[in-house]
Design a protein around this ligand. Structure first.
Ligand code: ATP
Ligand code: MG
Ligand code: FE
Length: 343
C-alpha cells in the first residue's frame, strides 16, 4: 500500500511517499524559516501564501524522488488539523483536488497522530507505548494501548514546551526558531547558575505548565538590565533548558510508573533537543524502559509521518470524503475514534 502524505499545518510545506506505513520512498520538506525570520515568528498569512506557491512543486518532487506516479498510489493522506487554519486549507484543498482528479481515497490525518507514528518509520515501533509529544503547539503525555487506542494522560495548561523555547529565545534576542538557538547557547552555559521553578500541579499529576518559567526568565533579564548588568545568555539558556528538561522528565517518569509501559516514544520538534534526549534516555535506562526517539528530520514537521498515520487508517478502512476541511483545533481523541469527516 503506497500513500502520498501532505503536510502544511504550520511553516513547513511537505510531501512524502511511504509504502506500508514503514518504507519512506521520499520525503520533501520545504521550510519557510527564512520567510518568517524577518518577523521573529510565523506570520499566518505569509505562511498560507508560501504554502500555496510551493505545494504543487513539493508534491511533484516527492513523487519524482519516489519514482512514482499517481497511478502507483493507493491513497492520499493530508493533515487537516490542528494548526493555522489558512495553512491547513492549502494542504486539504490540494489533497481534495488530487483525490477528485485521480479517484484515490482521501484520508484526513491528525497532526499529532503523525508525530506519534514517526517512530514507526525510524524504529518500526508499534503500540503499546507511552508517548511524550513536545512540539511548538503541544506538550502531551499519551498512553497508546495495544489495541492502538489512546488515552491522553496530561497536557500543558498554558505554553507548549516549544512555545516556551521560542518565547524565551525572543526575549533573549536569539531569534526564531528558538529551540535550536537556545540549545546552542546552552552548550556554553552553566545550567545551575539560575534555579528556575518547576510548576507543581497537584490536581494534574501529568500536566505541564511553562508560562511561569518563561516569566521567571524574562524577570531575570529585566532585573539584570535595570541593575546595569549584562545577562549571561548562555547561563540563562542552560538554566532555562534544564528546568524544561527536568519538568518533562519528572512527569514522564511518573506516567511510565503509573502505566507500567515498557516503551517510551519521544515525538515533536522539541525531541530534537539533545539535553532532553540524554536526560530521558538516562531515566529510561534506570527504569529498564526502552527509549525510542526518531532522527531529528522525523521529529520536526514532515509529511512522511502523515503518510504513515494515513496508512494506519487505510488498513482499518477509515476514509474521508470531499467535505474534509481544515480544523484549527482538531481533537486527537475524536480523530482516533472516527474519520475526520464523521466526527
Ligand atoms: P505542533 O506540532 O504542536 O502543531 P509545530 O508543528 O509548530 O507544532 P514542531 O514543528 O513539531 O511544532 O516543532 C517546532 C518546535 O520545536 C519549535 O517550537 C522549536 O523551537 C522546537 N525545537 C526545534 N528544535 C529544538 C531544539 N533543539 N531544542 C528545543 N526545541 C526545539
Ligand atoms: Mg515548524
Ligand atoms: Fe508539528
Amino acid at each position: 500500500v503506497t500513500v502520498l502524505g501532505i503536510e502544511s499545518s504550520c511553516d513547513e510545506t511537505a510531501a512524502s511517499v511511504v509504502r506500508n506505513g514503514r518504507d519512506m520512498m521520499s520525503s520533501v520538506v520545504l521550510s519557510q524559516i527564512e520567510v518568517h525570520q524577518a518577523f521573529g515568528g510565523v506570520v499566518p498569512e505569509v505562511a498560507s501564501r508560501a504554502h500555496t506557491e510551493m505545494m504543487t512543486r513539493v508534491i511533484e518532487q516527492a513523487l519524482r524522488d519516489a519514482k512514482t506516479t499517481f497511478s502507483d498510489l493507493d491513497a492520499i493522506a493530508v493533515t487537516y488539523g490542528p494548526g493555522l487554519v489558512g495553512a491547513l486549507f492549502v494542504g486539504v484543498t490540494t489533497a481534495k483536488s488530487l483525490a477528485l482528479a485521480t479517484g484515490l481515497p482521501l484520508i484526513g490525518v491528525h497532526h499529532l497522530a503523525g508525530h506519534m507514528v514517526a517512530s514507526a518509520l525510524s524504529h518500526g515501533a508499534t503500540p503499546p507505548y507511552l508517548v511524550l509529544i513536545a512540539s511548538g503547539g503541544h506538550t502531551d503525555l499519551i498512553n497508546v494501548l495495544a489495541s492502538g487506542e489512546m488515552v491522553r494522560l496530561g497536557k500543558t495548561r498554558d505554553d507548549a514546551a516549544g512555545e516556551a523555547f521560542d518565547k524565551v529565545a525572543r526575549a533573549m534576542r536569539l531569534g526564531y526558531p528558538g529551540g535550536p538557538a537556545i540549545s546552542e547557547a546552552a552548550k556554553r552555559g552553566d545550567p545551575t547558575r539560575y534555579a528556575f521553578p518547576i510548576a507543581k500541579l497537584p490536581d494534574g499529576p501529568f500536566d505541564f505548565s511553562f508560562s511561569g518559567l518563561k516569566s521567571a526568565v524574562m524577570l531575570v533579564l529585566d532585573k539584570e538590565k535595570r541593575a546595569g548588568k549584562e545577562s549571561s545568555i548562555p547561563d540563562l539558556a542552560a538554566s532555562f533548558q534544564e528546568a524544561v528538561v527536568q519538568a518533562l522528565c519528572a512527569k514522564t517518569e511518573a506516567a511510565l510508573l503509573q502505566t507500567g509501559q515498557q516503551t517510551l516514544v519521544l515525538a515533536g520538534g522539541v525531541a530534537a533537543n539533545e539535553a532532553l534526549r540524554l536526560a530521558l534516555r538516562a531515566r529510561c535506562d534506570a527504569l529498564g524502559v526502552e527509549f525510542v526517539v526518531p532522527p531529528v528530520a522525523l521529529c520536526t514537521d514532515n509529511a512522511a509521518m502523515i503518510a504513515a498515520a494515513g496508512y494506519d487508517r487505510y488498513v482499518r478502512g477509515l476514509f474521508d470524503d470531499l467535505t474534509l476541511t481544515g480544523v484549527a483545533t482538531a481533537s486527537i481523541e475524536a480523530w482516533y475514534a472516527a474519520p475526520a469527516t464523521k466526527q
